[in-house]
Design a protein around this ligand. Sequence first.
Ligand code: RP5
Length: 181
Amino acid sequence: DDLKGKSKKDTSSPTTTSGENQPLVAVIMGSDSDLPVLKPGLQLLEKLSIPFTTRITSAHRTPDWLRTFSKQASSTSLRVIIGAAGGAAHLPGMCASWTTLPVIGLPVKATHLDGLDSLWSMSQMPRGEPVATVGINNSVNAALLAVRILGASDLAVRERLRVWMEGNEKEVLAKDQALLE
Ligand code: RP5
């Protein structure tokens, strides 16, 4: 689909380095089977006008590619990386060991352990290489955390996020009122 298409122009390098639509967020995943979980988060990044790229960088099937991607990431337009994976999800941890960019871990429910294996392996990173781990399959929170990181140094992003949060608040208040009717 079109979210997948976002990364079509990128081939061998993580991303290019100039231009206002260059990706600020990289969403890397262990397998294209993770894409359905990622979709709500990618849609939110689109809604908040955050340029992003999606790549498949499996830690165990394509370790050299993950290493290349991670080592080059901070020399590109990228500012934040979201790493999604299921199973013994070492992807974001490995990525964090090769980059100084903030890495957000998104545990994917992909095995008989229902994602707990991924949650634990991401959140229990030994000291030195932090992975900011969100809840299992919670790509929306991964996206929002990335937006908050960008917003810390970008007023326009912060304002778009504020408006989005205000919309959420109104929606819940309207539902509260609807209960009274
Ligand atoms: C991980 O193993 C992927 O991130 C995925 O969540 C899981 C299963 O991958 P596939 O066997 O579907 O490719 O590497």
